[in-house]
Design a protein around this ligand. Structure first.
Ligand SMILES: [Zn+2]
Ligand SMILES: [Zn+2]
Ligand SMILES: [Zn+2]
Length: 139
């Protein structure tokens, strides 16, 4: 195992991410860590988040504004997400069909070591219900 110089900082970022509710930006986490006087710089927060995301310990996605957002993953290993566009509710899902399809498709084209990222964005049940009731009020 490689020994990382910044292990404690990374642990601290991991904890802050776990405490945050929903998806947060690196800047938001940096601000939280600053309040705690940890002395962790923004660049370190970025690096730690990228590392966590690469290892599947954090979910990352781009907001409609193009900002990278992160969230602590509750499922270990490879998985997929259902994300509500409106409130950010995230459900972690296994997608056996997708795994088989990805392997088959990659192999059919002679690709090995194939990886993929598949997240589904939509409206969750309560947001959809809220919109439906808003429509009723206006009608
Ligand atoms: Zn996840
Ligand atoms: Zn929602
Ligand atoms: Zn997959």
């Amino acid at each position: 195992m490689t020994v990382h110089r910044n292990t404690w900082q990374r642990e601290r970022v991991r904890e802050a991410l776990a405490d945050a509710s929903g998806f947060v930006s690196a800047q938001t986490l940096y601000a939280t860590l600053r309040e705690d006087d940890t002395g962790i710089g923004l660049a370190t927060v970025y690096r730690a988040l990228a590392g966590l995301a690469a290892q599947g310990e954090a979910d990352s996605l781009q907001s409609p504004e193009g900002e990278n957002l992160f969230r602590a993953c509750t499922s270990p290993g490879h998985h997929h997400h259902l994300i509500c566009r409106s409130c950010g509710l995230t459900v972690e899902i296994a997608a056996t069909d997708v795994e088989q399809w990805a392997q088959r498709t990659a192999a059919a084209h002679g690709f090995t070591q194939a990886e993929h990222v598949v997240d589904i964005f939509g409206l969750c049940e309560s947001c959809a219900a809220e919109r439906a009731s808003e429509r009723d009020v206006r009608a």
